[in-house]
Write a protein that binds this ligand. Structure first.
Ligand SMILES: [Fe+2]
Ligand SMILES: [Fe+2]
Length: 160
């Protein structure tokens, strides 16, 4: 996946991810590091295969890698990270060779990744939403009791 390798090496991607990792250094709850991004990518790919949705693999991985890229601006400026991510991602994607149509679809999925309205959609938006939620390993979490996720939302059993 050449274009995914390019995102991982992109200067702005690395800079933003560095800001997020630094800001979350003492955070005891779920982080938004590369491990989370890859978990989302792989789970989204599994869901796509299981449900026979037929999405392109690079489209899924690019969206997963960039869905939380606005977190640094959320910490610094208070702007919602899906909005900030929707502003940061397009240039990175264009630099890595994604088409206008692909960038439109990825940006739309980033903007809706916290919107329960897309939860059951059989498309990129729904797959990313579900993978993001399914990626959190509540079943081995030490701070699960203090977490603000409602009990019914927590992943208390291994699915992926
Ligand atoms: Fe997020
Ligand atoms: Fe996320």
């Amino acid at each position: 996946m050449k274009r995914i390798d390019d995102i991982l090496q992109h200067e702005e991607f690395k800079r933003q991810l560095g800001i997020i990792i630094e800001a979350e250094r003492t955070r005891c709850f779920c982080n938004h590091d590369l491990e989370h991004l890859m978990d989302v990518a792989r789970i989204a790919w599994i869901i796509n295969l299981e449900e026979g949705i037929g999405l392109d693999q690079e489209l899924i991985y690019a969206t997963a890698l960039l869905h939380d890229i606005g977190k640094g601006r959320q910490y610094a400026e208070g702007i919602a990270h899906e909005i900030a991510g929707g502003e940061i991602a397009p240039q990175i994607l264009a630099d890595c060779g994604f088409s206008e149509d692909e960038i439109f679809r990825i940006k739309r999925a980033i903007l809706s990744h916290r919107d329960p309205a897309v939860k059951n959609d059989k498309n990129l938006r729904g797959v990313i939403y579900r993978a993001d939620k399914a990626s959190r390993p509540c079943f081995i979490c030490k701070t699960s009791k203090e977490c603000n996720w409602p009990e019914e939302k927590k992943n208390n059993h291994v699915i992926y």
